[in-house]
Design a protein around this ligand. Structure first.
Ligand code: HEC
Ligand code: HEC
Length: 187
């Protein structure tokens, strides 16, 4: 009996230890599947296929219904005026699976939750920047700072969010190019 408790006890301590060291390696948030931003992209196929023309938007920036809509044949043939239809159907399925499995409503990351909370239940925007939450967050940026050559479009997340590729959009990591003294603090 005592031996049994010892075995169970050391298993318990053992798993606790590996939890701890894993958390240390991946960063506290990475391990527990939540954090202040959105879940970063860790999928090489996605990075290659959906990161060649623009920043590889994290799946957690939109709900799965938006990704499903984006992958309809109609939308794929006219993806913001580009035809991105896939000849390889297996690849198409693989990408859509990745997007829907990591979509905003499945995520416990803070920004994904805020995006979901801001969205009417029947809205499936194709632009992350069209979600009410991000529209509000970006609402006060002067137009000329968005259209300037160093940025070009609000879809160019990385131009202002220096840590966008890590899924981190916190205020202290924002720097709008040539913004001078424009103060974007809305608190
Ligand atoms: C052939 C080039 C090309 C490829 C490949 C491509 N896109 Fe795009 N995508 C665009 C263009 C152009 C825009 C519009 C960008 C802008 O408004 O500045 C865009 C915009 C987007 C936006 C909206 C950004 C926003 O929030 O405003 C999302 C989301 C998006 N793409 C996802 C994807 C996904 C997912 C894939 C992979 C299946 C993909 N794209 C592959 C060209 C491409
Ligand atoms: C022209 C520069 C610029 C571009 C481009 C831009 N952002 Fe922002 N973003 C900002 C500013 C400024 C804020 C406001 C910070 C505040 O007032 O809280 C912000 C806020 C945010 C926030 C909330 C962060 C916080 O701490 O409140 C998120 C999330 C975000 N942006 C995501 C995106 C995504 C995703 C894209 C690309 C689709 C994008 N942004 C493109 C400048 C930009």
């Amino acid at each position: 009996m005592i031996k049994k408790y010892l075995v169970v006890g050391s298993l318990f301590i053992g798993s606790f230890y590996s939890l701890y060291s894993q958390a240390d390696r991946d960063g506290f948030f990475g391990f527990f599947g939540s954090g202040p931003g959105v879940e970063p992209v860790r999928n090489a196929v996605y990075l290659e296929e959906c990161g060649s023309c623009h920043f590889a938007y994290q799946p957690g920036l939109l709900p799965s219904r938006s990704w499903i809509r984006m992958f309809s044949q109609k939308e794929l043939t006219n993806h913001f005026e580009e035809d991105i239809t896939f000849d390889d159907k297996a690849l198409e399925t693989q990408l859509l699976d990745y997007l829907t499995m990591h979509a905003a409503e499945k995520s416990s990351f803070k920004r994904s939750r805020k995006i979901m909370r801001s969205l009417p239940y029947n809205a499936s925007p194709l632009r992350t920047s069209d979600t009410p939450y991000l529209r509000r967050k970006h609402g006060e940026i002067p137009k000329n700072l968005i259209t300037q050559p160093d940025v070009g479009s609000i879809a160019n997340c990385e131009a202002c969010h220096r840590t966008a590729t890590e899924g981190v959009y916190e205020e202290d990591q924002i720097r709008i190019p040539n913004a001078g003294f424009f103060n974007y603090d809305d608190d």
